[in-house]
Every structure is written in structure tokens, then in C-alpha cells.
Design a protein around this ligand. Structure first.
Ligand SMILES: Nc1ncnc2c1ncn2[C@@H]1O[C@H](COP(=O)(O)OP(=O)(O)OP(=O)(O)O)[C@@H](O)[C@H]1O
Length: 226
């Protein structure tokens, strides 16, 4: 099984049967093979966040199949979906969402402890990840003592802390100025490439999209190669 994520004929409608009913996804299909990095581009309101939530097992489609790492999770219980999310997925958002009272190292260590990794091994991995993004010297800084680009690089490390199969990112550098965005996106791509991770990365920035393996456009409720 070499596909990490398959979405098959995904449909999602909000407020069904009400005057404000809105059909957002109308048979969206997507397959991400192991190691592929896919850009997701969409006009505002087209359903990019809805699709990422469904792929991330945070929301369920009205119909269609979600297969993650070979497991069909379409009709799975909340417990199984949560377990699959913890084991297989990493998330990055526009804002870093780091815990302010903890250091960079602790922010990357904590999700590993929650996953059952012993503290020593978790810290070694956290240090290794920080080194990879050039932040070894910032390990003991709290988020407030880091620049926006550094905060986001720590957030990338945290997303990779538990060794996910797939990274889902929603405008991961959208909060940064263009020059910083470019460098920080480079750091993310290096991390993803080094670990052989697959990724689905939503962006409005076509220059960043062009640096990924494939661009998918979400429009009219369906996904098409751009
Ligand atoms: N929980 C909800 N209830 C009702 N409508 C919703 C809900 N979530 C999203 N929508 C609507 O569904 C459509 C798609 O929303 P979504 O957030 O997925 O778009 P998006 O492509 O991520 O937009 P943007 O790029 O502006 O963030 C929008 O019209 C939105 O108003």
C-alpha cells in the first residue's frame, strides 16, 4: 500500500434542508502517494478548510471514503479516528499555536510524551528536529522570545514530533512577510523531504505552490490538477 491518503467522492453540505444550505464538496477525489507533496489552491470560501478538516479526521463527510495509511476510516468510531489522527497526522496552521508557558524544546517534547515516548528519547528527537531547522540555540526560548519565522519553524518540528505519515498544513507561512515566508517555507520543505513525509499544503501563494510536486485546485466542489 503506497498511497498515504485517498479521498473518494467526498461530499459535504452545511445547513442541509435550510434556506442557507451550502454544498461545499461535490464529489472531491484525491490520492497522495508516499513522499508526495501536494499544493492545494482554492479561491476564498471554496472549501479548502472543510477539505483539510475531513482529510485530518476532524470532521466527517456526508458521503465518500477517507482512507489513511491503508485504513478506511469513513465509518470509524471517534476513538479510532482520534487514534489514527495522533499516530498518522501532523498539523500546521497559519498561526503557530505553541504553548506560551513552555520552551521551544518542551513544545516539541510534550506531544511525544502524550504519545507514550519516554522523556529522554522525546528530548533527543526534539533537539534533533530543532537542529534541522537551524534553531538548536533557541531550544530554551519561550515562544514570546522567538521571531515569527522561528515560532513557525518550531511549530513545524512539533507537527513532525511523533513521526506522522502525512502533514496537513493550512497557509503555513501566511502570517509572515514575503522574504521570511520564502525562507521558512524552504525549511519546511527540507524537513518534509528529509523525512520522506507526504504533505497536503494549502496556500494562496503560487510561487510556493510551484515548489511542490503537484498543484491541485479546489473549485466548484471538486479537485482538479492545475
Ligand atoms: N460550520 C459551518 N456551517 C455553515 N457553513 C460553513 C461552515 N463551515 C464553513 N462553511 C461555509 O462553507 C464554505 C467553505 O468554507 P471553508 O472554510 O471550507 O472555505 P475556505 O476555502 O477555507 O475559505 P478561506 O480560504 O476564505 O479560509 C464557506 O461558504 C463557508 O461560509
Amino acid at each position: 500500500m503506497s498511497d498515504v491518503l485517498t479521498l473518494e467522492m467526498i461530499e459535504k453540505c452545511y445547513n442541509r434542508g435550510k434556506p442557507n444550505e451550502i454544498a461545499v464538496l461535490k464529489g472531491a477525489n484525491l490520492t497522495i502517494p508516499r513522499g508526495e507533496v501536494v499544493a492545494l489552491v482554492a479561491p476564498s470560501g471554496a472549501g479548502k478548510s472543510t477539505l483539510l478538516h475531513i482529510a485530518g479526521l476532524l470532521d466527517t463527510p456526508d458521503s465518500g471514503r477517507v482512507v489513511l495509511g491503508g485504513q478506511d476510516l469513513s465509518g470509524a468510531s471517534d476513538r479510532r479516528r482520534t487514534a489514527a489522527r495522533r499516530a498518522d497526522l501532523g498539523f500546521v496552521y497559519q498561526f503557530h499555536h505553541l504553548l506560551p508557558e513552555f520552551t521551544a524544546l518542551e513544545n516539541i517534547t510534550l506531544p511525544q510524551l502524550a504519545n507514550g515516548t519516554p522523556r529522554k528519547a522525546a528530548e533527543v528527537r526534539a533537539k534533533h528536529l530543532l537542529e534541522r531547522v537551524g534553531l538548536a540555540a533557541r531550544a530554551d526560548h519561550r515562544p514570546s522570545a522567538l521571531s515569527g519565522g522561528e515560532q513557525q519553524r518550531v511549530a513545524f518540528c512539533r507537527a513532525l514530533a511523533n513521526g506522522p505519515k502525512l502533514l496537513l498544513a493550512d497557509e503555513p507561512t501566511g502570517n509572515l512577510d514575503p522574504a521570511t515566508s520564502d525562507t521558512v517555507f524552504g525549511a519546511l520543505m527540507e524537513l518534509v523531504r528529509d523525512t520522506g513525509l507526504s504533505a497536503l499544503i494549502a496556500t494562496h501563494n503560487m510561487e510556493l505552490a510551484a515548489r511542490m510536486d503537484r498543484i491541485l485546485r479546489l473549485d466548484g466542489g471538486r479537485l482538479e490538477d492545475a
